[in-house]
Design a protein around this ligand. Sequence first.
Ligand SMILES: *Cc1c(COP(=O)(O)O)cnc(C)c1O
Length: 401
Amino acid sequence: MSTQTTHTWRTATRLLHEARNRTPYSETSDSLFLTSGFVYDSAEQAAATFEGTIDHLQYSRYGNPTVDTLQERLALLEGAEACLATSTGMGAVSCALLSHLKAGDRIVASSALFGSTHWLLSTLLPSYGIETEMIDGRDDEAWDRALSRPTAAVLIETPSNPMLDVLDVQRIADRAHKAGAIFMVDNVFATPVGQRPLDFGADVVIYSCTKHLDGQGRVMGGAVLGSQKWVTEKLQPFARNTGNTLSPFNAWVLLKGLETLDLRARTMAHNAAVVADALATLPGIQRVIYPGRKDHPQAALVKKQMRDGGSMIAFDVVNGKKGAFACMNSFEIISISNNLGDARSLVTHPATTTHKKLTEEERAALRITDGSIRFSVGLEDPEDLISEVTRGAQAALAVGS
Ligand SMILES: *Cc1c(COP(=O)(O)O)cnc(C)c1O
């Protein structure tokens, strides 16, 4: 669906008042069309619909009003011409890659990738005859080398999972375009209200809506945003014919989530900043990585391309895996879960869960240690979270004595 706005409203307002698509019943909330199909007034109307001479809904795998409203609102929020909603975040990543690439093509990506995305690049794409190269995304010379050959696509995540590297979207966009590549950014960690990759030259933005967009642990979903031409010609036929479709119910839940996205993202980023500063003062904590802190390796870049530091922290405790497990097991409020972006604070131990499949060398290259914990900061009172991590740090210290 194509979208345009002439409004000058700010983000929080737009999330509530753009792309309303009210039905004749004048409902306050967004309407939910929980239907798989649509009926025609006549055989002629059905024929004309399939002919493409009239605009009529056919089948929810092709289009549904609730899903369309979500797509429209996400496109307006992102500043993109078009959006396609998918069943999950991985549905979005796989659809973006597989609809664009063909055998003989080449893709270059930063190696700090979400686990399933890493599998797509390391295992699936090569089996389809697509050449993959993964490089350290922070290394300009590595980009120059990798993009000295014609390349069909470039993919990055920033901030990256789990160690929160921040990559320069503008610099990578310039290099990608010189190599003839479409440039895709997985913007899950930053959220659409925290970072706008299209403003810095990205062509495609990808989301797992499961994370902050729902943000309340309810539904899975994904979205891909880009130019109208690319979405219509590449993405849409692929998604429609392979069945990578978002349920209208999930779309409706996500629309409710979007109403509070800006509010939640701001509060979570505030809480994360307060908790990261507290963590950095605690005995038992060896390292704190938070994009909003002055000591983040790419602090200047964070200022340039992000609104705030986001809701994710990575920290290392003393005493390796034993210390990390003791710390996590001491938590009462913070739950152990590999999800993120939720209203409730969540922690995960990447070395034994999300990044277990990597070799020790690959983990070391990403700077994931046995003591590393990824912390998705939620909406609890930050003072309570500080009490939790203080107890966690003491627990990590205690296993060494
Ligand atoms: C969660 C996540 C995905 C995949 O999303 P799902 O909704 O779990 O399929 C992709 N990229 C990043 C960065 C993620 O955090």
